[in-house]
Design a protein around this ligand. Sequence first.
Ligand code: PLP
Length: 441
Amino acid sequence: MATRKQPIPGSRARDHVKRDAEVMSPSYTRSYPFVMDRGKGSLVWDVDGTQFIDFTAGIAVTATGHCHPEVVQAIKDQADKFVHMSGTDFYYSLQTELAEKITSLVPGKEPKQVFFTNSGTEAVEAAFKLARYSTGCSRMIAFIGAFHGRSMGALSLTASKYVHRAGFSPLVPGVTHVPYGYCYRCAYNLEYPSCDVYCVKYIEETLFRRLVSPEEVAAIFVEPIQGEGGYVVPPPLYHPRLFELSDKYDILLVDDEIQTGMGRTGKMFAIEHWGVVPEIVCIAKGIASGMPLGAMVAKKRQMTWPSGAHANTFGGNPISCAAALATIRLIEGGYMQNAARMGERFAERLKRMQPEHRSMGDVRGLGLMVGIELVKDRDTKEPAADLREAVVQKCFERGLLILGCGMSTARFMPALSITADLVDAGLDVFEEALTEAEREV
Ligand code: PLP
């Protein structure tokens, strides 16, 4: 599928990268020089006219594919009417309509309310503040490997790479991190299910007895599947046990669905795979197919803060709301089922590849969150970070965009609309790239 007109990157992309380096913050994390010109569905073209298959969807954002005509039309129609009015100071129907839709989709029958933001980080920040406000408690629990964003509150919950935190101390105090349900690398060296989900028990048996009074804990922040931490899917009893614990001690369970949400895993919210109803849900990324939008959705009884306690200028921008309503229509209209089907297609092919490739330590995921943890040796499970980087590069050079996450995981998070042909074509490229990288690295 991928067509190559000239070496990748071409001369225009190379020139662009040089210009960019002069004026853009060096903190950005570009893995390879893909310079976008345009996109359609799960195909993208760079400034040299080279076509790539996109298994990244702009970091799990363009849920309906690039430039879906219905999303583009909704954006254009709204832009003709008005671009901005600030939903915190004025009313407009799109924002209310979207809040009605989102509250109907978020798990749980209790009434809920929405605070709109421009990003995932801001949704987490809002949840952090609301949890403190509504409980009167200051402490939080989060997980090793978690990524919740990079503003000071969200960063205090994040624990996926030290580079995110180094040099920024002191962070918001009162956050305790504990190991996640990462069975492939169990922090306690136990096996599921005989461990009886010790990673959750630890919170009650050790943390709450020795270090932190549960009465001081406002919330537990958790990703249903850890994203930046390595596409880690916890075992079946993990989330139900975490829910039981939070319920027992009256601690708010905050479900960060920023990467997992909006149909990506084959359900609207990933936590539904475990039948858990959180108190607060954070949403962003895929909700508006690429228009900036986030949402913090809480049970109405938690939204105790008064007028003025929290607000912003741009959150719930009308064009983003229009794009979100069109996106949700498309997700409900078939893309969520497609995500489940295509996720199985990825999993089947990767499981078939695994015996042939000793570096494929763990293949995991749900729907279109697909991760392959690469290791130097399947027995020692030593992470193969260099191999992962080589595979990511080689995929790019062959016309496939993928990204890494965790210590040595290659991840695929294409648009929910991706076709079987593109899944297969992209996986052909991945297999070729992996085979070559295994020989060289
Ligand atoms: N939470 C999770 C689970 C994420 O994956 C991310 C981004 O990758 C964030 C929060 C932060 O979202 P944003 O980058 O939109 O601020």
